[in-house]
Design a protein around this ligand. Sequence first.
Ligand code: SF4
Ligand code: SF4
Length: 125
Amino acid sequence: MAARPQRQILRKSAITQVECVRCGACCCNPPSNAAEGFYHWVEIGEREPILSEKAQKKGMDRLVTRDEEGVAHLRLDPEGRCLALRGRLGRRVHCTIYATRPRACRLVEAGSDECMQARASRGIL
Ligand code: SF4
Ligand code: SF4
């Protein structure tokens, strides 16, 4: 019975940033979030580069939406994926605005609990 937690710890420590190019799970609204009726995921601070005039002129406005309270978020496709994400989840993905991605994207640490929950929610184990 003690083997299970130990196995989880080993798997968690094995996930590094290298895995991100084969994942993309945290770039998607978790199914549990959508099930509760929440269709916004990554919040964007008003001073972040993606909301700058320069970025907006480059067409990044199409990647941004605002919730009922006017808070900016990354726009998601009907499947809950960030529009800036390209590729196939769990196979090969990349962020098309990597240098301009919001702070919230940078805070997810590969191998963290949040990462592991996102991976599990998308069946990427
Ligand atoms: S869920 Fe984890 S491994 Fe997957 S892209 Fe996000 S940080 Fe990287
Ligand atoms: S901006 Fe890039 S890193 Fe952030 S959620 Fe979208 S695809 Fe992922």
